[in-house]
Design a binder for this molecule. Structure first.
Ligand SMILES: N[C@@H](CCC(=O)N[C@@H](CS)C(=O)NCC(=O)O)C(=O)O
Length: 220
């Protein structure tokens, strides 16, 4: 039976991009379905009734939700170009950094983007602390796993694009020269042959994030 692979996402979702990258790295053909989150389709609600979010991967009719779960599903289903290494300790490290991104980096960057005054300063201080750990982890490596893109790189991938967009919109310097290894990783990831043509249009992203920023920081 021919495989049927569908991906429900939006044009801009960083969580969906992770899945796009995993499928591309594995060379899996798929149909992309872009949702309008202000008017979610009946299929999205049927496939992801718990979270009602994108991405959802539907493989031969079976839906898988939550991007980290989807990445592991893809890796277990299609063995070529593994996202996770063989060694259990190295696998644990990749998962650790993925969890660190979700639990430490994402909430902090969103606080920097949405808050003002003391709350923003506290978020910035937490961000700087977190980046020190990332910088340390990247010592002597091109990617988190070493020479090849792996699961943790896909999870951190949003930084390669969104940090620049956030800097443009907020006027803040979010990743500075104190983190040369992270900056080099961002560049390497952004320009990777499998990744470089997948970024959403820059102008459209600026408009989207500018509008969100103005919602959080209305002119006084
Ligand atoms: N933890 C989820 C997060 C996914 C997520 O937040 N998706 C957003 C788009 S970027 C969404 O679908 N939001 C719709 C909503 O919150 O109603 C994952 O990793 O897949």
């Amino acid at each position: 039976m021919a495989e049927e692979v569908k991906l429900f996402k939006t044009w801009s979702t960083p969580f969906g991009l992770r899945v796009v990258w995993a499928l591309k790295l594995k060379g899996i053909e798929y149909e992309s379905i872009d949702e309008d989150l202000s008017n979610k389709s009946a299929l999205l609600l049927q496939y992801n009734p718990v979270y009602k979010k994108v991405p959802v991967l539907v493989h031969n009719g079976k839906p898988v939700s939550e991007s980290l779960v989807i990445l592991e599903y893809i890796d277990e289903t299609w063995n070529q170009n593994p996202l996770l290494p063989e060694d259990p300790f190295e696998r644990a490290r990749q998962r650790f950094w993925a969890k660190f991104n979700e639990e430490k980096l994402l909430p902090t960057i969103m606080a920097i983007f949405t808050k003002e005054g003391k709350d923003r300063e506290e978020a910035m201080a937490a961000w700087v602390e977190n980046l020190k750990f990332v910088e340390e982890e990247l010592k002597g490596k091109k990617f988190f796993g070493s020479e090849k893109i792996g699961l943790a790189d896909l999870v951190f991938g949003w930084m390669a694009n969104l940090i620049g967009i956030f800097e443009e919109v907020t006027g803040l310097k979010i990743v500075d020269e104190r983190y040369p290894l992270l900056l080099a990783w961002m560049q390497e990831f952004y320009e990777h042959p499998v990744i470089k043509d997948t970024w959403p249009p820059h102008d459209k992203m600026i408009i989207k994030w500018q509008a969100l920023y103005e919602n959080y920081h209305p002119a006084k």
